[in-house]
Design a protein around this ligand. Structure first.
Ligand code: AMP
Length: 116
């Protein structure tokens, strides 16, 4: 399922260019356009879920699992040996701006906690 108005669905379809760094059958990893860390990758399910909250049922659970597994694999391949952070902004209070479920993989510097 894709949404023609969704920028990330268009990346999956190859209609918008992206720097792809990893893929599995149901997930895609590409560099964030506006990196917030030396390494900043987005990992998305190829199927459209508007947010983590929309990824319900067995399909949603499988998609979230595949996205997180690919995030770990990409982090290892990119040499983030010192660790990294996963972030999933969800809804307006979560600061979500693109309404297709995505995992931010951030690394290459020491992360602060708590976040802003
Ligand atoms: P969020 O605020 O969690 O919804 O994150 C959306 C992210 O998508 C932001 O970090 C943007 O920089 C990133 N982004 C938006 N458009 C693109 C694009 N065409 N290619 C790569 N990253 C993008």
């Amino acid at each position: 399922m894709t949404n023609p108005d969704c920028i990330f669905c268009r990346i999956v379809a190859g209609e918008i260019p992206a720097q792809i760094v990893g893929r599995t059958e149901h997930a895609l990893a590409f560099r964030d356009l506006t990196p917030q860390a030396p390494t900043h990758v987005l990992v998305i399910p190829t199927r459209h879920y508007a947010s983590a909250a929309e990824a319900t049922g067995d399909d949603g659970a499988a998609a979230m699992g595949e996205v997180m597994r690919l995030g770990v694999q990409v982090a290892e391949e990119l040499g983030l040996d010192g660790g990294y952070r996963f972030v999933v902004n969800t809804g307006p209070d979560g600061g979500q701006s693109v309404h297709h479920l995505h995992l931010h993989l951030l690394g290459g510097r020491r992360m602060k906690w708590p976040p802003g």
